[in-house]
Design a protein. Structure first.
Length: 147
C-alpha cells in the first residue's frame, strides 16, 4: 500500500472515530456540531399559531379573461418570477410590473391590461385552520405611447 493511501485511510478512520466522542462524553454532546442533541429544536419558536401566506399573480386581458401567471405560462422558473417580479411588486415597485407586462404581452393578441397580486393568510390553531383574504394590489398596463 502506498504512503498516501495509508495517510488517507488513517484520516478517514480518525474522522469516523471522532463521531464516537459525543456519544461517550455527555458534556461534549451538547456543545459539538454536528452532534448536537436535539439539534432541530435549538432555534425553536415559542408555542403559538402557525401562519403562512399563499400568494399568486392574476392577469386580466383586454377582453376580461383572467389568467394565472404561473411558471409554465411565463416560461420561467418560480424562483425567477418571485425574484424578478413578485417580490418587487409586493413592495409596490411598479417598474417590475411594467417589465412583466412587456414580457407577457410581447406575443399576445389579447394583451394583459391588469396584474393583480392576491394573497391569503392561513393560520393553524388548536381549533383548525383559519383563512383570511388580504387586500389585493393592482397594477395597470401603461397606455400605449402615441408618436
Amino acid at each position: 500500500m502506498s504512503r498516501s493511501r495509508l495517510w488517507i485511510s488513517l484520516f478517514i478512520l480518525l474522522v469516523i472515530a471522532l463521531h464516537a466522542v459525543p456519544v461517550v462524553s455527555a458534556g461534549l454532546r451538547k456543545k459539538m456540531w454536528p452532534f448536537l442533541e436535539w439539534g432541530m429544536y435549538k432555534s425553536s419558536r415559542p408555542p403559538g399559531p402557525i401562519q403562512t401566506v399563499k400568494k399568486r399573480i392574476v392577469g386580466v386581458t383586454l377582453t376580461g379573461q383572467q389568467q394565472a401567471i404561473t411558471p409554465d405560462f411565463l416560461g420561467s422558473s418560480s424562483f425567477a418570477i418571485q425574484g424578478l417580479y413578485e417580490q418587487p411588486m409586493w413592495k409596490r415597485d411598479s417598474s417590475a410590473a411594467h417589465k412583466l407586462f412587456r414580457r407577457l404581452n410581447s406575443k399576445r393578441k389579447d394583451p394583459l391590461v391588469v396584474l393583480r397580486l392576491e394573497s391569503e393568510t392561513y393560520t393553524v390553531t388548536d381549533t383548525g385552520v383559519a383563512r383570511k383574504n388580504n387586500p389585493a394590489i393592482t397594477y395597470h398596463a401603461a397606455p400605449p405611447s402615441s408618436r
